[in-house]
Design a binder for this molecule. Structure first.
Ligand SMILES: O=C(O)CCC(=O)C(=O)O
Length: 261
C-alpha cells in the first residue's frame, strides 16, 4: 500500500484501485455467474424505505456461494481472497492475517432498479467490529469491503455511493441524507470500469443509487475483518464447510476464525 493510498483511505474512508483484474479474470467470473444464473434471486423486500429519490421499478438481485462452487467455477473467486493486486492494500488497512468475515456476494441490478438507503457512519457504527480509528501510526478498521466491479459503473449510472469522511463522523447522519433526498452533492457516486476494486470501511456512510444504465450492474463484494475480530459468525459457525479443505494454504488462511498471534 502506498503512502498516497494510506493518506486517501484515512481521509475519505475509501479507495479505488484501478484495473486490478485482467479482462480474462473478469470474463471468467462473469461466465461462472452466467453458469449459475438460475440462482440469481431478486430480493422480495425493498431496500429504500420511504425514500422517493432511491425508489425504482425492481429490486436488486443477489447471488452467493461462489467459494463452494465446483471447479473450475470457484477458482477465480477463491483467488480474490489473496489477489496480489489487492492483498498489499488489505494488509495495510486491516493488518497481516486479515480474514474473510462474510461473502463474497454479487449485487446485480437491471435498468430501473431501486437503490439502497445509506447506512454506516462513525456515529452509527459504534461497536468494535466496525470501528475506525488511527493509533500508533496505523489505520485500525473493523469490517472492510472490497467491491470488485464486473461491469462498468459510469457517471450517472448509479450503483455504489459514499459520503467521504463520514467514517469519522461524530453526529448521526441526518435522515434526508440517508434517503438521498437533500444535499445530494455531498454523496459521491463511485465510478469505475470492470476490473477496478473499490475498498471502503463499512464504517463509512454508504449505499446504492438507483441503476439507470442499459447494461446489468455486477458488483462482487468481499467483506474482510482484521485477524482478531469478527462481525458475522462466518464459515466457522456454520460448520467449517468442506470446500475450505480444498483451498490452497494461502487461501485457507483467510478463512480462519478470529485469532491473535
Ligand atoms: O455496492 C452497493 O450497492 C452498496 C452495498 C452496501 O451498501 C453494503 O454492502 O452494505
Amino acid at each position: 500500500m502506498t503512502d498516497n493510498e494510506r493518506y486517501l483511505f484515512d481521509l475519505n474512508g475509501f479507495l479505488v484501485l484501478r484495473q486490478v483484474l485482467s479482462a480474462e479474470e473478469v470474463a471468467a467470473m462473469n461466465a461462472a455467474i452466467d453458469h449459475h444464473g438460475a440462482d440469481l434471486e431478486e430480493r422480495e423486500g425493498s431496500l429504500v424505505g420511504d425514500s422517493k429519490a432511491l425508489a425504482g421499478t425492481s429490486h436488486r438481485k443477489d447471488l452467493g456461494g461462489m467459494l463452494g462452487w465446483d471447479r473450475p467455477w470457484c477458482e477465480p473467486f477463491r483467488h480474490l481472497l489473496i489477489h496480489p493486486a489487492v492483498k498489499p492494500t488489505l494488509d495495510g488497512i486491516l493488518g497481516t492475517g486479515y480474514r474473510l468475515d462474510h461473502g463474497p456476494g454479487l449485487i446485480a441490478m437491471d435498468k430501473g432498479c431501486e437503490g439502497g438507503t445509506l447506512h454506516g457512519g462513525g456515529y452509527e457504527r459504534a461497536d468494535m467490529s466496525e470501528v475506525y480509528f488511527f493509533k500508533a501510526g496505523r489505520i485500525h478498521t473493523g469490517l472492510t469491503v472490497v467491491e470488485y466491479l464486473l461491469a462498468d459503473e459510469g457517471p450517472g449510472d448509479g450503483g455504489v455511493a459514499v459520503l467521504p469522511g463520514s467514517h469519522k463522523a461524530n453526529l448521526p447522519c441526518p435522515r434526508d441524507l440517508i434517503q438521498w433526498e437533500q444535499h445530494q452533492e455531498h454523496v459521491v457516486e463511485v465510478n469505475g470500469k470492470a476490473g477496478d476494486a473499490i475498498i471502503f470501511t463499512e464504517t463509512l456512510t454508504h449505499g446504492t443509487l438507483p441503476w439507470t444504465a442499459d447494461h446489468e450492474r455486477r458488483a462482487l463484494l468481499y467483506k474482510f475483518s482484521p485477524a482478531c475480530m469478527a462481525y458475522s459468525p462466518g464459515a466457522h459457525d456454520i460448520g467449517y464447510p468442506e470446500y475450505i479443505e480444498d483451498m490452497s494454504d494461502e487461501e485457507r488462511a483467510v478463512m480462519e476464525a478470529p485469532h491473535f498471534r
